[in-house]
Design a protein around this ligand. Structure first.
Ligand code: HSE
Length: 296
């Protein structure tokens, strides 16, 4: 008998927390089903993602876990993609996270959270070209996560229930290797004053999550380092952001490596008005856009 695991989409960075902060979003889910077979790794998937096990995030996770935990025999992996691929919603991470948790269950390994995140991260490396655990940690553990590396150690915090997100997903062709391209735009060196500003906002964001205050979380989403370096890749970004703030969003930034844009709202805000504003912003740049209102 097989085992099926569903893992949620996620948004990484949340402004000042590049490669450190992640937040699971109940907007979309990937489902991975694993079954034992006599040998090898085979993949059945829909929706144009690679089925070669060495190029598929779930396949790589299975291979890494088989080697690491000395598993003999094989697995068949079935993947149902619900998370849009390539839009900064943690799509590859969701498949990797579901695969790691399913593998742990199928072979009764009893792994702890950090080990599951580490295994899922191996799949992410393949698609992003670099390891970063923000999306996989959120997808494996749920909630708001803070990732420290060397050694890997993840802290998770329950988000406040009245935190609402509006995600705008533009209809555009995403370049191949988008995450590598947009990581290439991030500066290698930064000014101390910029580091201080982002550190202050990152610290405020953690306080906002611990205290359960959407206003603090939303106002802390300001990022003076990565967003300015990447926003030219998102047509209409300044309009989307300005109009969403004008419609009552607390804070707006790029979701992960983009091109989706997230707006954070308090539960009492008019999320429909923010969604309309974001659609209007993208349409000013000639792009259609899908919006989802979701929670952590
Ligand atoms: N932290 C990563 C980045 C997330 O912004 O490049 C990519 O999904």
């Amino acid at each position: 008998a097989g085992i099926s695991v569903r893992a949620p989409s996620s948004t990484a960075n949340l402004g000042p927390g590049f490669d450190v902060f992640g937040l699971a979003l109940d907007a979309y889910f990937d489902e991975v089903t694993l079954e034992r077979t006599g040998g090898g790794i085979s993949i059945l998937s829909e929706g144009g993602i690679p089925t070669d096990p060495d190029r598929n995030t779930a396949g790589i996770v299975a291979r890494v876990m088989m080697e690491r935990f000395g598993i003999t025999g094989g697995v068949e992996i079935r993947i149902r993609k619900g998370v849009p691929v390539g839009f900064g919603m943690g799509s590859s991470a969701a498949s990797a996270a579901a695969a790691a948790v399913a593998f742990d269950g199928l072979f009764d390994l009893g792994l702890d959270g950090d080990t599951l995140v580490e295994c899922a991260g191996a799949g992410e490396r393949a698609s992003a070209g670099a390891v970063h655990y923000d999306n996989v940690a959120a997808s494996v553990l749920g909630g708001f996560v803070i990732v420290r590396t060397g050694p890997l150690s993840v802290i998770r915090v329950d988000p406040p229930e009245d935190l609402v997100l509006c995600v705008a997903i533009p209809e555009m062709d995403v370049p191949p290797k988008k995450t590598q391209v947009s990581r290439g735009a991030v500066p290698e060196r930064i000014a101390m004053a910029d580091g201080v500003r982002n550190l202050a906002n990152a610290a405020a964001m953690v306080a906002g999550f611990l205290r359960g205050e959407p206003e603090v979380i939303g106002s802390a989403i300001q990022d003076v380092i990565v967003e300015p370096a990447r926003k030219h890749m998102i047509p209409g970004f300044d309009r989307v952001k300005g109009d969403a703030l004008g419609a009552g969003a607390l804070g707006v930034t790029i979701s992960g490596a983009g091109p989706s844009v997230i707006a954070l709202l308090a539960g009492s805000a008019d999320s429909g008005a923010v969604a309309d504003a974001m659609r209007g912003g993208f349409s000013s740049a000639g792009l259609g856009c899908r919006t989802v209102i979701c929670g952590p």
